[in-house]
Design a protein around this ligand. Sequence first.
Ligand code: NAP
Length: 495
Amino acid sequence: MLELRTDYLDQLDRESVVALLAAAQGSIPAPVPVIVTCRDPREGGVGNRPESVRIEVLRAAIEAGADFIDLEYANFRQPQIGSKIRSALAGRPGSRLILSAHDFQGEFGNIRQLCRDLQQAFPDAIPKLVYTANHINDCFDAFDLIHQTKGDRMVLCMGQPGLISRILARKLGGFVTFASLDEQAATAPGQLTVGTLKGLYRYDRIDAATELFGVIADPVGHSLSPAIHNACFAAQDMNRLYLPLLVQGGEAQFDQFLDNILARPWLDFRGFSVTIPHKHRALKYVHAQGGFVEPLADKIGAANTLIIDPRAESGVQRIRAYNTDYAGALDAITAGMGIERKDLRNVPVAVVGAGGVSRAIVAGLTDVGARVTIYNRTVDRADELATEFGCQFAGLDKLSTRDAKLLINCTSIGMHPNVNATPVPAECLRPDMTVFDTVYNPAETLLLKQARARGASIIDGVTMFVNQAAAQFQLFTGQPADMGLMRSVVLGHLR
Ligand code: NAP
């Protein structure tokens, strides 16, 4: 289907629109339905054409055989406009009216009533309600309306927080969604390109039974998780879809998001990756719900994976929390060193950094009995972490790798764009060491390059990233992930 936004034409008149319609219908190998729109600037249109011209253009489109015309409800209500459009449609039963309403500020006052008003104004019309979601939680009113109504209808949310409504339109039974031919051609905030919608989100594969997953984060735009999980779903032809879920705000908004999900089992959300800044909140939420929490996730104080069990006997959805970061790191270490987890017992390890990633790795390493020393710029943070997990600690300026068999960078030093930085002087690196950098962008950091040059074994951050994602995939689907595919998707994006 093609929408012609005729308000973008430099020359807007009956003849131009009829010619454009004919060209659009003729230029495509198989006939596709065409929507002709001449959007009022008060509802997001461009240009400042007189109303009479816009209505004439729509009448001309109907007479020339447009399958659909889109007219704003606010204009259709005006008797002189409504009667002109009605009379044009009466002579052309093949053309349908889309009656639209837009709110660029936020939600409509009463979306249900507005939808009824649109349906009553012209029962054969397709109601189209589009509002701005200022937070992802604003999308649920759109989902509810579409879920509770029947027939041809569209309810979409604009803005980045509303992006998922554009993808989920197909699952929920929306008449169509809108996508742009390229990024510059988007006609509304948050619109995706056709290529992204069909490629990354496999729009043509989505149906009412599609199970949903996603990454809860803020920001979320840079996340590689949608690309790797959707690629694995596609490779195994799974009817599953992984979404970027921009959850802004603090604990209250995060909790409300999950409450919204759990209250709507018909959305078929089955699992989430959780990342900055929500990992601790995720753990707290599951505790408050009385759900299962993996013991080590509890000890780390962060959950990066949530699983929703479709329906317990009580009819209430249950939620479980896991942490795949520590396991992803431990698996990267054991594979890189060619040992098993039990062999890490008493191995001296220098961990650089005392933030979130360090915490997960220190918890995992101490759990298997490794002898960890934490080095951090802010010594108090190293002290706190070391006290909690029974390790040694020192300031980063006191870094000593004399005893260490394994050195792990858990700081962001060396990460793009500061690729010429390293947290560890090259002279601290020895051939009998394994050096693991959790930074994955770039895949080979300066630290790893220097370690390799000095003959040390190296483990890159991509391996840990893929391991934790693969563990999530296993929790999501019960199936092993294609880790080679995951790695190539990550490297492809980094390139
Ligand atoms: P975080 O909680 O913000 O911790 C950052 C750590 O880096 C702190 O220890 C901080 O020291 C240190 N640091 C930052 N800038 C520094 C500087 N200029 N000099 C000295 N120390 C500095 O971050 P995080 O969540 O732990 O993430 C850390 C890194 O892990 C990320 O940048 C990312 O590259 C990597 N990561 C990898 C994966 C993976 O799967 N491979 C997943 C997530 C993250 P202070 O305490 O002194 O501030």
